[in-house]
Design a protein around this ligand. Structure first.
Ligand code: 13P
Length: 366
């Protein structure tokens, strides 16, 4: 430790071989984290809803919107029996990373005990993008290096930054895509410097009446700009996980797509826009029903197993949590059944990663 801090302070005077050695130690750590996150049939659980988002979800199911209810709900999640068999990494929110179970065990420690790597959402949400009415830019780069150092000390080994891209007749603009992908690349570079694996999430939203083809074209363009920016910012692609949307028609598009079409469009889009150096692609669920999100992931594995350069996995929030939250309703007596549901959904997503999911597996909770 002494030696390392000395070397950091005297970086400019360090022999090249020593700098290379430290850099490769960091790279090794990043690669170990990536490998552990993508291993086997496990996936990621996003439990990083911001205060306003979790309050909105709680309100929809009649749960009081207080910090204590946030804590109790996150305790329900991290103490779910067997969760570590299904989940390799859990993304926390700033409020949550400092919280603990009623018995006083920090959530971060509870996750680590069950073999789950703690991660952290580090963007600070979105704001209107000046010059582009109706479009959003994700903020949080100021002070990010310091926050990453603190989160590393708290035990986080990977992070998430979400950019949102909306589709309508005139959106997305080139300005919106470029500003957001530049911010994602700057975030990713800072994460890697801090020994934290960046999840880069350029989410093309499902809202709207656009066709599946439009979603395909926009997503492909967004990925091209993203990887151009990651390259420009010297980000090591081997230590990045992409968190994209699946290729879907807009929620109010009159022509919806079947499962095989979504699976094929999604993988085709990724093959045309994601370099093979990227080790893993972890989908968001984006407002799909849990059953559909699982079925789409499964169909991709059935059709393309062994033919893809990257691992295909999940990083769902709603598609894992929503049914459990609805069962819990904020009542202690519902914790057990809610945990069983959470485990059930996560294990169905494991089956999807193996290409072994069938809709009749849903029946356990009918
Ligand atoms: P959903 O799976 O609910 O889309 O959330 C994933 C996520 O982490 C969004 O940032």
């Amino acid at each position: 430790m002494l030696c390392l801090s000395y070397l950091t302070k005297t970086w400019g005077r360090c022999p090249r071989s020593l700098i290379g050695g430290i850099k490769s130690m960091k790279n090794k750590e990043l690669l170990n984290t990536v490998n552990a996150l993508l291993a086997g049939d496990k996936g990621l659980l996003a439990m990083d809803e911001s205060t306003s988002t979790i309050n909105k979800r709680f309100e929809e199911v009649g749960i009081p919107q207080t910090v204590e209810y946030h804590r109790a709900y996150r305790e329900l999640i991290v103490t779910t029996p067997g969760l570590g068999k299904c989940i390799s990494g859990a993304i926390l929110y700033d409020e949550t990373i400092y919280q603990a179970t009623k018995a006083g065990v920090l959530f971060v420690d509870k996750l680590k005990q069950t073999g789950i790597i703690p991660g952290i959402k580090v963007d600070e949400g979105t704001t209107g993008l000046a010059g582009f009415p109706g479009e959003k830019i994700t903020v949080g780069l100021d002070g990010l290096s310091q926050r990453l150092a603190k989160y590393y000390q708290l035990g986080a080994r990977f992070a998430k930054w979400r950019a949102v891209i909306a589709i309508n007749a005139v959106m997305p603009s080139r300005g919106c895509i470029e500003a957001n992908m530049h911010a994602l690349a700057r975030y990713a570079a800072m994460c890697q410097k801090a020994g934290i694996v960046p999840i880069v999430e350029p989410e093309v939203l499902m809202d709207g009446s656009h066709s599946i083809k439009k979603c395909f074209d926009v997503t492909q363009k967004v990925h091209h700009v993203l990887f151009d920016q990651l390259f420009a910012q010297n980000v090591n692609l081997h230590a990045v996980i992409l968190k994209p949307n699946m290729i879907l028609p807009g929620l109010s598009c009159p022509r919806q797509a079947d499962i095989a079409t979504v699976a094929e469009a999604t993988v085709t889009c990724l093959l045309q826009s994601v370099p093979a150096a990227v080790p893993g692609v972890a989908f968001l669920s984006g407002g799909q029903s849990p059953e559909l999100a699982t079925a789409h992931l499964n169909a991709m594995h059935v059709k393309y197993k062994g033919k893809l350069p990257w691992a295909l996995t999940f990083s769902f929030a709603r598609a894992i949590q929503q049914p459990a939250m609805e069962l819990w309703k904020g009542n202690d007596e519902n914790v057990k059944v809610a945990q069983e549901m959470l485990y059930h959904r996560a294990s169905l997503d494991n089956a999807a990663r193996r290409g072994q999911y069938t809709p009749d597996m849903e029946k356990k909770f009918d």
